[in-house]
Write a protein that binds this ligand. Structure first.
Ligand SMILES: Nc1ncnc2c1ncn2[C@@H]1O[C@H](COP(=O)(O)OP(=O)(O)O)[C@@H](O)[C@H]1O
Ligand SMILES: O=P(O)(O)OC[C@H](O)CO
Length: 496
């Protein structure tokens, strides 16, 4: 009986279940989008039960379409949109509010207050993060402050908090395990990444009872087994978990210090492995835990871009300029340049290196000659410019000049974007055969825990290049284009 690893990739816009075999190859994928809620400008929410429903649906679909029996699943790995915050009643299992999504800005006021109280340094030193609505901590506080009776219940020990990994493990195990892994904990703004403990001082400042928090475990370990009721009568070990960006770093086999990857999904996230050193950034990067494995944690430097692929969705759904995301490539190729048009997709503020919650999207350089093609091309180019901003910060902080960049995520299918990215960075961009590196990383973490794969060396040997994009643009042109982008960002930030 052949056995597989089932990876559950719970992303911002869709949930995926992917079966991997021993060669790290995809056997089958099932995917389901779920509803996005935008209750107020700048707010983004999900319904945690709809997420759970989408996960059950993709598990059933992937097994039945691949004709794989539940007994053939050796282990489950989980990877998730990070920071997104769920608070639920531990007795009923019901969320007390929608999941507040990482992109949501509804805690901007709480963050402003914390900054005014002078807490910037304290949070940065302990958590490696900045005070920003992006992270879970202020989202938990918001729920406790705004949902009737929540604080009282939390203080009585009746409520549980979790990021999506925690929520899914809790549901799959029938409430037996309330756990998270180091990589996810490091995104909450509540976790001390040096002592590897929830931080009492921060919990106190935010008024969050410790009893709500999950146990923090390594990223590769059996946390619990599925209850048969949720997994076709079978108890399968849930054996690995990591935030999706860290999982992608693992799936790209960036195991050595200085290796980096960039994932182009809803947002765009570049992570560089910094080994056992937690490097503190001077250029707006985050210090984060890459994973906990083999009895220790390893760290990464991260640049976070909030809007990347979602800008392409905006072209599709908001502006109705394209029918599907992949159409953007042909439109962009129809023109030689944007004719001076810049799109700054700051729909929910800007992350690295600007960290400005209040800035909103803007378009510059329009003329009577501007066409839809220019507009679409400028939107795609904005992903590459934002990535250039991040890489510049990363090279300055790490002192390491990147030799190549490994890429993955939904938008890397776009050859125009990949070529423009390589031109803008001046380094080769490497696209692997397995583009589902996030899911693969979670599969590897789970597979290592149950002995399905032996070690990281075996895993690294499975990485294969599909296509390499070499820089072709003249340096002067590249610099002139990028200077225009910097001007556009500055102007967008001035408009508030
Ligand atoms: N060919 C393409 N060109 C540009 N963007 C694309 C293309 N295909 C998909 N995308 C974008 O990629 C994103 C989906 O990537 P995915 O990795 O599935 O995201 P997530 O995990 O954040 O849900 C969408 O935002 C979509 O607009
Ligand atoms: O859902 P993705 O792939 O855009 O990832 C979201 C990130 O984890 C947010 O930090």
């Amino acid at each position: 009986m052949e056995r597989y690893i089932l990876s559950l990739d719970q992303g911002t816009t869709s949930s995926r279940a992917i079966l991997f075999n021993k060669n790290g190859e995809i056997v089958h994928i099932a995917q389901r989008e779920f509803k996005q809620y935008f209750p107020k400008p700048g707010w983004v929410e999900h319904n945690a039960n709809e997420i759970w429903g989408s996960i059950l649906a993709v598990i059933a679909t992937v097994l039945s379409e691949a004709s794989v029996q539940p007994e053939q699943v050796a282990a489950i790995g989980i990877t998730n949109q990070r920071e997104t915050t769920v608070v639920w009643d531990k007795h009923t299992g019901l969320p007390i509010y929608n999941a507040i999504v990482w992109q949501s800005r509804q805690t901007a006021d709480i963050c402003e207050q914390l900054k005014q109280q002078g807490y910037d340094d304290l949070f940065r030193k302990k958590t490696g993060l900045l005070i920003d609505p992006y992270f879970s901590g202020t989202k938990v506080k918001w729920i406790l402050d705004n949902v009737d009776g929540a604080r009282e219940k939390a203080e009585k020990g009746d409520l549980l908090f979790g990021t999506i990994d925690t929520w899914l493990i809790w549901k799959l195990s029938g409430g037996r395990a309330h756990v998270t892994d180091y990589s996810n904990a490091s995104r909450t703004l509540l976790f001390n990444i040096h002592t590897l403990q929830w931080d009492d001082e921060i919990l106190n400042i935010l008024g969050i009872p410790k009893s709500m928090l999950p146990k923090v475990r390594p990223s590769s370990e059996v946390y619990a087994k599925t209850i048969p009721h949720h997994f076709f009568g079978v108890e399968v070990p849930i054996a690995g978990a990591a935030g999706d960006q860290q999982a992608a770093l693992f799936g790209q086999a960036c195991f050595e210090e200085g290796m980096a990857k960039n994932t182009y999904g809803t947002g765009c996230f570049m992570l560089m492995n910094t080994g056992e050193k937690a490097v503190q950034s001077k250029h707006g990067l985050l210090t984060t835990i890459a994973w906990g494995i083999d009895g220790k944690v390893e760290y990464a430097l991260e640049g976070s871009i909030f809007v990347a692929g979602s800008a392409i969705q905006w072209l599709r759904d908001g502006l109705r300029m394209i029918k599907q995301a992949s159409d953007s490539e042909a439109y962009a190729e129809k023109v030689d340049s944007t004719d001076g048009v810049y799109v700054v997709p700051a729909f929910v503020g800007l992350g690295t290196p600007y960290w400005d919650s209040d800035v909103r999207g803007a378009v510059f350089g329009l003329t009577r000659g501007t066409t839809k093609e220019h507009f679409i091309r400028a939107t795609l180019e904005s992903l590459a410019y934002q990535t250039k901003d991040v890489l510049t910060a990363m090279e300055a902080d790490s002192g390491i000049g990147l030799k190549t960049l490994r890429v993955d995520g939904g938008a890397v299918k776009n050859n125009f974007l990949m070529q423009f990215q390589s031109d803008m960075l001046g380094v080769p961009v490497e696209r692997p055969v397995i583009n589902e590196t996030t899911a693969l990383g979670a599969a590897y973490l789970a597979g290592l825990a149950v002995g399905y794969w032996k070690d990281r060396k075996e895993i690294a040997s499975q990485w294969q290049l599909e296509r390499q994009f070499e820089p072709q643009m003249a340096k002067e042109k590249q610099e002139a284009l990028y200077a225009g982008w910097k001007k556009a960002v500055k102007a967008a930030m001035a408009f508030k």
